[in-house]
Design a protein around this ligand. Structure first.
Ligand code: SF4
Length: 401
């Protein structure tokens, strides 16, 4: 007979929970005790007094998409008056602003645009690497890779190998939502299924790329389906770490963002969807115990707000995510970032110190690149503009939005 307190002790001892045990602890355990245990595990696995963060920028290169996910407020169908494909000048200006802030990475994702051939992605990556060699390029989620593969009649492996050769450093974990096909068929029937999402990540990890694992709760999924999703991430992590030592760098979780701007938010079943702050903290903490082969867990301030993100630092999270000088996807569905769309480095430090930790800037592999053993002033953390590298830029022939 399973007992939640025994299972908590088991997790605290570093022993792995089976899926059945995990489900029991998650549904029957005391959430406060789970959060406290998750914090203890975080203190054992990562530097105790430090909370890390990344200076980066989310860039959405196109909002054109044909996949119609029910929870998405961001996409526009081909030919829509608001459809766009980013120009190099726009992209370069965003990166130069990021460099001024001391940024080290862009996370670039977009819709499933049917008009962009693989050469468009390759040319863009080569140009980015040549122009901004110090910026790490974590771009395109598994579903975008699958979209390119389908359009080109290629395998995902071929696509990833070509994009990696052109300069792609990492594959963000977006689009995982819940890795259970019963959920996926209901909320995003045209999108990448579980096996393909995992396969893209498996290839990226084999190629030595940076990858992250994500989960979004609040789609009306069952607790068992959440456990299924976490179990699949844990299994791939085992497999990749054993095969070549390169697995997911972190686990990042947030809640579905519902609003009148997406069909799930307008649904007459809306009351069945969404998840509150307590459920977010409880689930993130449980994941810290269940995903025993992951080191880093992020607190998601863009969707949960600053107060909940600070609480998450005492419930398993060791990282405050990133400055996010720009975010367009969850922001379009009433997330916290509608109120505070940008997070300066100073404000991020302020939040980490308010929670009782020392901030440290990291890169996307979670290696610390700058420590701050004293409180820095606004001026010290202010951006320092750099000379533009866009003089003489010639745009390639534009592709219709
Ligand atoms: S979530 Fe991504 S794939 Fe789905 S509709 Fe939005 S842009 Fe398209």
């Amino acid at each position: 007979m399973l007992n939640a307190n025994d299972l908590l002790k088991k997790a605290l001892n570093g022993e792995r929970l089976t899926p059945e045990e995990g489900l029991h602890l998650y549904t029957q355990g005391d959430p406060e005790a789970i959060m406290e245990a998750a914090h203890q595990v975080r203190l054992q696995k990562t530097e105790p007094g430090v909370v890390t963060y990344l200076v980066d920028r989310n860039i959405n290169y196109t909002n054109v998409c044909t996949t119609d996910c029910q929870f998405c407020s961001f996409y526009r169908i081909p030919g829509h008056p608001e459809a766009y494909v980013i120009t190099r000048r726009e992209l370069g200006e965003k990166i130069e602003e990021l460099l001024a802030w001391g940024g080290t990475r862009i996370l670039m994702q977009g819709g499933h645009n049917p008009d962009l051939p693989i050469e468009w992605y390759e040319d863009l990556l080569r140009w980015l690497k040549a122009t901004y060699p110090e910026i790490e390029l974590d771009c395109f989620s598994p579903s975008e890779i699958e979209n390119i593969a389908k359009l080109e009649g290629m395998t995902m492996e071929e696509v990833l190998e070509r994009l990696h050769a052109a300069g792609l450093d990492g594959l963000p974990g977006g689009g995982a939502e819940i890795l259970d096909d019963d959920v996926r068929k209901r909320i995003s029937p045209k999108k990448t299924k579980t096996a393909e999402w995992l396969h893209a990540m498996r290839i990226a990890q084999r190629l030595g790329m940076v990858t992250s694992a994500t989960m979004v709760i609040g789609f009306g999924e069952t607790m068992q389906q959440r456990i299924n999703s976490l179990t699949r991430l844990r299994e791939l992590q085992d497999e990749s770490l054993a095969a070549h030592g390169n697995g997911f760098t972190a686990f990042i979780m947030w809640t579905a963002q519902l609003s009148e701007t997406n069909s799930m938010g307008r649904s007459r079943h809306r009351h069945k969807y969404g998840a509150d702050y307590d459920e977010y903290l409880h689930t993130n903490a449980f994941a810290r115990l269940y995903l025993d082969n992951f080191t880093n867990f992020q607190a998601s301030w863009p969707t949960q707000g600053l107060e909940v993100a600070r609480r998450a630092l005492y419930a398993g999270a060791n990282d405050f995510g990133s400055t996010m000088l720009e975010e367009n996807v969850v922001s379009q569905a009433a997330a916290y970032t509608q109120r505070e769309p940008r997070m300066s480095v100073y404000r991020l430090h302020e939040q980490i110190r308010l929670a009782g930790f020392e901030p440290a800037q990291r890169d996307s592999r979670y290696r610390i690149i700058r420590r701050f053993d004293r409180v820095m002033s606004k001026e010290e953390l202010a951006p320092r503009p750099i000379p533009t590298r866009l003089a003489g830029l010639r745009e390639p022939i534009p592709i219709a939005g």
